[in-house]
Ligand binder design. Structure first.
Ligand SMILES: CSCCC(=O)C(=O)COP(=O)(O)O
Ligand SMILES: [Mg+2]
Length: 228
């Protein structure tokens, strides 16, 4: 029986275009100036130190780190340090009302229904945990954070690695057969299934993918009794 649902964000709860055409450019336009001015802020300094460790250059200057981060952004590298810094920059955008977290219209009502049915709801995205909380806290459907009891990012591992799903199951203290992962990306679902999870692929808008995962277009098409 499904006891917990873990959902991806981009392409699953949220339009890919919101992430790539609103969030990413917002951070990209501000990143260099932000780091030049705020690199001593404790959370920023910690992310920069983590980046130095990630690239094995303990003495890298702020300018060298900025260059590295632009290379990551150009290639959509899911670096934990980049994701932490993007999340810090997005906070201002959400708090100023520059944008709200996009959610497909079927998402909030179904999350609410599952929550009322006693299911545990969690998020797993490459976006940092803080960025996830911002998106769901300032979403088109209002503050949905009371519905969620767990958030996971690349600190548990990459989304295409089976070990990441084993780590999440361990942290939730639930057996994998009680867990359902929702994502638009076949390779992420393959990794979750190898860890023993149930899987369901969201095919949003004009997305087209061939996979052997159960596929739906909307959250309200997900019938939990299907997952035995
Ligand atoms: C918290 S929304 C921003 C998501 C993000 O930064 C990202 O890179 C999406 O990657 P994913 O692996 O979750 O598709
Ligand atoms: Mg996705």
């Amino acid at each position: 029986m499904i006891r917990a649902i873990v959902t991806d964000i981009e392409g699953t709860t949220t339009d890919i275009r919101f992430v790539h055409q609103v969030l990413f450019p917002y951070a990209r336009q501000r990143l260099a100036e932000f780091l030049r001015h705020e690199h001593e802020q404790p959370d920023v300094a910690a992310a920069l130190d983590a980046l130095r460790a990630e690239i094995d250059r303990p003495q890298a200057s702020i300018e060298a780190l900025i260059e590295q981060l632009f290379t990551y952004m150009d290639n959509d590298v899911k670096s934990t340090s980049l994701k932490v810094l993007q999340g810090i920059i997005w906070r201002t955008g959400y708090e100023n009302g520059d944008f709200r977290g996009h959610l497909y219209e079927d998402v909030a009502p179904q999350l609410q229904a599952w929550h009322e049915d006693g299911l545990k709801l969690c998020v797993y995205s490459s976006g940092s945990v803080d960025a996830q909380k911002l998106l769901f806290g300032h979403s088109d459907a209002g503050d949905l954070t009371p519905l969620f009891s767990g958030y996971f990012d690349t600190r548990v591992g990459a989304k295409r690695e089976t070990e990441s799903y084993q780590n999440i199951a361990e942290q939730l203290i639930l057996p994998p057969q009680d867990l359902l992962f929702l994502s638009d990306i076949r390779q992420e679902l393959d990794a979750a299934r190898l860890a023993g999870w149930h899987t369901c692929q969201l095919i949003r808008d004009d997305a087209d993918d061939v996979s052997d995962h159960l596929q739906v277009n909307r959250f309200d098409q997900i019938a939990l009794e299907t997952f035995l």
